[in-house]
Design a protein around this ligand. Structure first.
Ligand code: IMP
Ligand code: MG
Length: 185
């Protein structure tokens, strides 16, 4: 496995900046959801580090649940617009204040499909919190109620975001130099 330093083009958002912003988002969400009806929903797997840190910065009592989706068709680094649900929630979201927590909104197809599915179950409210917004690539119109950072159209990794399923553990957001990156055999 290649050391990330061999293909790191730049650190886009360092750990301190990232954690400071997560803290701000947590404070904002705590103020907006003062009671205990809040349910954070994490879309596996990229949203995990962000949701865990965000949750620790939300002072209102809340629950967590997880779901998994995968998009199929086209290449590995793009979403096709066709999203398949591979793992459902365990919680009944009816009448809950649902906050969907995502690592990144890119084309927007993933969030659009998930919102459509969840809306049918009649939550009390349904909002989106995305750490990163790559708006230049948007194809589907999706609301982002809480946004960590706007980022340029570059492939990023770390803090949940993967390259071929690795490097999610890194505490910063880095840009990959795809000419230097060697995919695992
Ligand atoms: P969308 O459906 O195109 O908005 O894609 C969303 C999903 O694609 C995200 O949840 C990520 O898993 C993945 N993704 C999009 N851009 C990046 C990136 O720059 N690095 C790593 N994963 C990404
Ligand atoms: Mg993801």
């Amino acid at each position: 496995m290649q050391n990330y330093k061999d293909f790191l083009a730049e650190i886009l958002i360092d750990e301190n900046v990232l954690q400071a912003r997560v803290k701000e988002l947590g404070a904002e969400i705590s103020a907006d959801y003062p009671d205990s009806n809040l349910l954070l929903i994490c879309i596996l797997r990229g949203g995990v580090p962000f949701m865990v840190d965000l949750s620790r910065n939300i002072t209102s009592p809340h629950m967590m649940d997880f779901m998994a989706v995968s998009s199929y068709g086209v290449g590995k680094r793009e979403s096709s617009g066709m999203v398949r649900f591979t793992m459902d929630l365990q919680t009944d979201i009816h009448n809950k204040d649902v906050l969907l927590v995502e690592d990144i909104v890119d084309s927007g197809h993933t969030i659009a499909s998930v919102l459509e599915l969840l809306q049918v179950r009649q939550p009390n409210s349904l909002k989106v919190c995305a750490l990163l917004d790559k708006a230049e690539r948007r194809e589907a119109v999706v609301p982002i109620h809480y946004r960590g950072f706007n980022i340029p159209n570059k492939y990023v990794f770390g803090y949940g975001l993967d390259i071929d399923d690795y490097y999610r553990n890194l505490p910063f957001i880095g840009v990959v130099d795809l000419e230097k990156y060697i995919p695992p055999a």
